[in-house]
Design a protein around this ligand. Structure first.
Ligand code: SAH
Ligand code: SF4
Ligand code: F3S
Length: 465
């Protein structure tokens, strides 16, 4: 069941923010926090809440942990390498903590929502002062207050799945583009995935709360709203609304801006949704539709809830309705029991769909998931070979699909100076493709029509129309 955190509970946390701000105000100079969020956009969005609360508590921010008074890692558990990086980073702070024993080190987010990880942190990482899970993010002010005043380790990983906290302060990463979580958690239990275990059950925010946030952002000059959920297509199921309805209502807000979304699950992406996207002029022409595998046998073992044929029909429908769409996907190579024939089915699907780009991962066993119990006879070396084969195939497809844009005019949201060449401007097209072009700096923060003159490996080049 979903419960909104009450105003009274939030008021308690506000009091803690004031108390910490009071402590920090007595210092000669304001304390500095280094906050790093790993993982997906949802986690980055949580990071914005963390920073928002810390700013109210009087913290300034630094890009590096060196010299920081508080280092907080907002972690991801989706693959082993994400977890290894956090252990490495925390271990590397040993020396800094010795030099500055007052420094607080915290670890929060998905990774510590797993018991075996918290046990390892308790046991082997005595320099970590603060550990809190994904469900108690809104109690961070209290946790920090206790850590500062008692100097005792604070560990808060209660099993209280299902809460939604509205009205927390936010420090957004960008003025132009805003992430807006529309739902939390996941109910799908794909057999390889840890997310449902660390993020809890699916719960949707009230549409009115989302719309208010969107309107405020647009009024403040925001030009792109990124709607976030692990499976946005099932938004609103238990509260009498739907993702299509939400898109239509956001699309009706006045002004020129874009609406993008992450992530669509192919089993819940209906034709009605595709029709809605086609009819909403502000919704991006970028469909990220993770397929994971092209083999029906593997899709079944993954518990994805669709077949290769269903997926390809959906793609055909999308291409028919949205001729200018860019398609991207996630692929897992080396799922337990996958053989070379299954892998070739994935390659043939990729060749058929012709994605603009792909996010590719080698399967990583996750503690407590069903797939981690399945026999996995293929060696890491063999999986590595398949992975490289996949990258080669996609590189050729990606390059040729970008060439199709040459000569076309794309509406580009101009985000800033070019990354490699600051004399250029850079932005993103409605297909979410990077476009570099000549133009005056005054265009930054607005939309422009750009004629594409050249296709590069990861971007397009163009000139203002
Ligand atoms: N909710 C989204 C994705 C969440 S995780 C969806 O359903 O598409 C992002 C991606 O990480 C997944 O799409 C998948 O490709 C990959 N992933 C998840 N668990 C993984 C694992 N155990 N090993 C390798 N890749 C994994
Ligand atoms: Fe993980 Fe599947 Fe949920 Fe995506 S839909 S978060 S892959 S369980
Ligand atoms: Fe990672 Fe948690 Fe996102 S596990 S992918 S940060 S929901």
């Amino acid at each position: 069941m979903t419960t909104k955190i009450t105003a009274a509970e939030l008021a308690v946390q506000r009091e803690y923010m004031d108390k910490v701000a009071g402590i920090n105000a007595q210092r000669e100079c304001p304390p500095i926090a280094h906050v790093h969020s790993f993982g997906c956009q949802q986690n980055v969005s949580d990071g914005e809440k963390i920073k928002g609360m810390l700013a109210q508590m009087g913290y300034g921010f630094s890009e590096s942990p060196e010299g920081a008074d508080l280092v907080l890692y907002n972690t991801c558990a989706v693959r082993e390498n994400a977890e290894d990086r956090v252990f490495g980073n925390v271990g590397a702070l040993k020396k800094a903590k010795k030099q500055n024993p007052d420094m607080l080190i915290g670890v929060c987010g998905c990774m510590v929502q797993q018991e075996h990880i918290t046990a390892k942190m308790r046991r082997s990482y005595p320099n970590v002062d603060i550990i809190f899970g994904t469900h108690v993010l809104h109690t961070m002010p209290q946790i920090i207050y206790e850590a500062l005043t008692t100097r005792k380790r604070q560990i808060s990983i209660p099993d209280c799945d299902g809460v939604i906290a509205e009205g927390l302060p936010l420090k957004r990463e960008s003025r132009l583009k805003a992430s807006i979580p529309i739902m939390y958690g996941c109910n799908n239990f794909c057999t390889y995935c840890i997310v449902p275990y660390v993020r809890g059950r699916e719960r949707s925010r009230e549409p009115e709360d989302i719309l208010r946030e969107c309107r405020e952002l647009i009024e403040c000059g925001c030009k792109e709203l990124l709607l976030l959920g692990q499976n946005v297509n099932s938004y609103g199921k238990n509260i009498g609304t739907s993702f299509s309805e939400l898109l239509r209502r956001i699309n009706d807000i006045d002004g020129e801006f874009r609406i993008s979304y992450m992530t669509s699950h192919p089993k819940d992406a209906t034709r009605e949704l595709v029709d809605t996207i086609a009819s909403c002029e502000k919704v991006t022409r970028h469909f990220h539709l993770p397929v994971q595998s092209g083999s029906n046998r593997i899709l079944k073992l993954m518990n994805r809830g669709y077949t290769r044929e269903h997926y390809l029909e959906l793609i055909d429908y999308v291409k028919g309705k949205l001729p200018d769409v860019a398609l991207t996907s996630d692929i897992i190579v080396g799922f337990p029991g996958e053989n070379y024939e299954d892998f070739r089915e994935t390659i043939s699907l990729i060749e058929q769909v012709r994605y603009d780009s792909l996010f590719t991962f080698i399967y990583s066993p996750r503690n407590g998931t069903k797939a981690a119990q399945m026999p996995d006879p293929v060696s890491a070396e063999e999986k590595g070979k398949w992975f490289r084969e996949l990258l080669d195939v996609q590189q050729n497809i990606g390059c040729s699909s970008y060439k199709d844009y040459v000569g076309k005019t794309l509406r580009v949201l101009c985000e800033g100076e070019g990354r490699t060449d600051p004399s250029l401007l850079t932005g993103k097209s409605r297909q979410n493709i990077i476009v570099d072009f000549d133009g005056s700096k005054e265009l930054i923060g607005s939309f422009a029509d750009v004629e594409i003159t050249e296709a590069l490996a990861w971007a397009l080049r163009g000139k203002i129309k």
